[in-house]
Design a binder for this molecule. Structure first.
Ligand code: P1T
Length: 385
């Protein structure tokens, strides 16, 4: 069957997952090698050194490209390595527009590393007028969108904003980590490049750090590949193999994450000790209709505000038992964290609070355990406050 005609749940298993030609092994071999024998200097079978290419990683890239309906994919050693490759691909001194609510590590790399190379401007990308004004003022080379955002789950209208980017000939990048390729496909909505932290939903088992980009823009892909080959953040073969394995259950995992998240968001919304719940699937979410239009589901991430101060937040976080208090997200197990102290600590307090990241803000990555057990765990911790 041609890759293009396969449905998503077939692609995650079969694209890049065909039996090994030499042995018939049904599962992809781990090519745990740093180098490849050549028959004559410069004459090889497409692989010369694992920093540049590796057959296990190539299979993963083939699968990932097909999931986002892209021509090319590049896999790196972390999500941040991909962010770095993309930003390095721009000419020195470029203006960059970035959404104002992004993962703390993305904010940090922009404000402490790439601010020495480029000019960075943070804009609320849920506001199309503000984006268009910034395009006119800064004449940027790239616009960076995260949708839904980390941690406030703000939704950018990807079709509208990438449409504006096209008008001004600006490269648009969407960090699709929170939705995974299952619930959202930014390239089909007009984006030029999509990226993921593979560490999260795509791998799904909290046992790998990795990142990828997908695009159909050949010259951009070539630039990033040469940058990876030159600077070295390539993913190890075993990690690529683990992601290939994790991807096979992406479709069923995402459905299970979402099912639990909807139940938990509704439970929290009705709780007297909770001030506010943010989940794209709730009618109360300010961009619920945009979410419905551009996503095929609402995912497993929930953000909520406790009634109380930092002390109460800490007490609550110490008392949950099934939810592990840990950074990261997207694994089969449920995680809970405090963005102001943990994932977004690199954003100055004043700016955090201007964005809405207060000390009573808690972020959940809802896993695929039995939902009643998860609600019991939250209820016990809330009751004790
Ligand atoms: O951790 P790494 O694989 O390098 O990915 C970075 C990254 C990029 N983009 C988004 C939206 C992310 O959430 C992350 C990593 N985020 C966490 C570790 C976290 O707990 O939010």
């Amino acid at each position: 069957m041609a890759k293009k005609t396969m449905k998503f749940a077939t692609k995650v298993i079969h694209v890049g997952g065909y039996p090994d030609k030499e042995t018939g092994a049904v599962i992809a071999p781990i090519y745990q090698t740093s180098t490849y024998a050549q028959s004559s200097p410069g004459k090889h079978k497409g692989y010369d050194y694992t920093r540049c290419q590796n057959p296990t990683r190539s299979r993963l890239e083939e699968c990932l490209a097909s999931l986002e309906e892209a021509k090319y994919s590049l896999v790196a050693s972390s999500g941040m390595a991909i962010v770095s490759l993309i930003l390095h691909s721009l000419p020195k001194g470029s203006n960059i527009i970035c959404g104002d609510d992004v993962y703390g590590g993305t904010y940090r790399i922009l404000t402490t590393v790439f601010n020495e190379i480029h000019k960075i401007h943070f804009v609320d990308t849920t506001n199309a007028l503000a984006v268009e004004t910034a395009m006119k003022e800064y004449k940027p080379k790239l616009i960076w969108l995260e949708s839904p955002t980390n941690p406030l789950l703000k939704i950018t209208d990807i079709t509208k904003i990438t449409g504006i980017a096209k008008k001004y000939k600006v490269l648009s990048v969407v960090d699709n980590t929170f939705m995974s390729s299952y619930f959202q496909k930014p390239l089909t909505l007009g984006a030029d490049v999509v990226m993921h932290s593979l560490t999260k939903y795509m791998n799904g088992h909290s046992d790998v750090v990795g990142g990828c980009l997908m695009t159909s823009n050949k010259s951009f892909y070539d630039k990033c590949w040469i940058l990876q080959k030159s600077t070295g953040p390539s993913q190890a073969p075993f990690d690529s193999w683990l992601v290939l394995r994790g991807l096979k259950t992406l479709a069923i995992r995402m459905e299970a994450h979402q099912k639990n998240a909807i139940k938990i968001a509704k439970y929290l919304e009705g709780h007297s000790k909770i001030e506010k719940v943010v989940y794209p699937g709730l009618k109360s979410h300010p961009q619920h209709l945009i979410a419905k239009k551009q996503m095929s589901g609402f995912g497993g991430m929930i953000t909520f505000f406790l009634k109380g101060d930092i002390k109460k937040s800490k007490r609550f976080l110490e008392r949950v038992k099934l939810f592990a208090l840990a950074e990261s997200l997207g694994g089969v197990e449920s995680l809970i964290e405090h963005p102001a102290i943990m994932t977004h600590a690199s954003i100055p307090k004043e700016l955090r609070e201007k964005l809405g990241i207060f000390d009573n803000l808690i972020r959940l990555s809802v896993g695929i355990e039995d939902c009643d057990d998860l609600i019991d765990d939250l209820e016990t911790a809330l009751k004790s406050l």
